[in-house]
Design a protein around this ligand. Structure first.
Ligand code: ADP
Ligand code: ADP
Length: 240
């Protein structure tokens, strides 16, 4: 089964062609980089794959884990609920809640309104969340408020939530572009680990070609809403 299949997807915002007849396939188990300059369409493509937005026209289609998630501009919501996790550049966590609660609410599908929400979860769920935080290298921050975490720790907590949720696909939209190089490497290391050890398919958008080369066998490059390269990261030129 193909993890993600996008065919002939287009999207305009006014005069901007954010996606121009994009077709890509990502196989289960792959870790693929999506690169391109700011404004090339990476986030738009990710929002469409995540089922947050519908494309234009009659031709576009997105199939995720064998389920049609949109076709001809119509969204079919909820068909892969919980099986696909999305992480953004920031604002992945609810700052006023503890890190552990943030990791746990991946399963809840909504943000609790009060603090002290941990009581909603069973001991085994909490243990699972603690294990996930250990897997991403931040077991010591479990009881802290999320707002106290560094940017890199926040990204790793969001990845821990993906593990608790037992997502099969993780789509990360520029998870490292706000981070210093050593934090960025740690986040990419964690993505590589969940890809190889947990067999989670990863699609990660990145600004820098170097990270794509270092962490991903395959890179898809975009420019002006079009896919301009799709192949081994090693053959990728610096200018695309
Ligand atoms: P990035 O740093 O990833 O390039 P952007 O600043 O382009 O992010 O976009 C951030 C958010 O703003 C996205 O959700 C995008 O949909 C929205 N956005 C981007 N460009 C426009 C625009 N011209 N008008 C309205 N919303 C926009
Ligand atoms: P990237 O993620 O590669 O930076 P985006 O997908 O955010 O690129 O944006 C692609 C193009 O679409 C940009 O020109 C951006 O300004 C435009 N765009 C994205 N989202 C919106 C939106 N919601 N409204 C208007 N324009 C948008």
């Amino acid at each position: 089964m193909t993890a993600i299949s996008v065919s002939n997807l287009s999207k305009r915002y006014g005069k901007t062609r954010a996606l121009d007849n994009v077709s890509i396939d990502v196989q289960l188990g792959e870790m693929v980089a999506l690169i391109g300059a700011s404004g090339s369409g990476k986030s738009t493509l990710i929002r469409h794959i995540a089922g947050l937005e519908a494309g234009d026209g009659e031709t576009g289609k997105v199939v995720v884990l064998g389920q049609v998630s949109q076709t001809a501009g119509r969204l079919m919501r909820g068909r892969t609920a919980g099986r696909v996790a999305v992480i953004f550049q920031q604002f992945n966590l609810v700052g006023r809640l503890s890190v552990l609660t943030n990791v746990l609410i991946g399963n809840l599908g909504r943000v609790p309104r009060w603090r002290g929400t941990l009581g909603l979860f069973s001991r085994s769920e909490k243990e699972k969340a603690e294990t996930a935080l250990a897997r991403v290298g931040i077991p010591q921050v479990a009881t802290q408020r999320s707002s106290t975490l560094s940017g890199g720790q926040q990204q790793r907590a969001a990845i821990a939530r993906t593990l608790v949720q037992e997502a099969e696909i993780l789509i990360a939209d520029e998870p490292i572009s706000a981070l210093d190089p050593s934090s960025a490497r740690r986040v990419m290391d964690v993505l590589a680990t969940i890809n190889t050890q947990d067999n989670i398919t990863v699609l990660v958008s990145l600004h820098q070609v170097e990270y794509a080369r270092r962490y991903c066998k395959r890179t898809i490059a975009m420019r002006d809403g079009r896919v301009v390269y799709d192949g081994p990261s090693t053959s990728l030129s610096n200018t695309f």
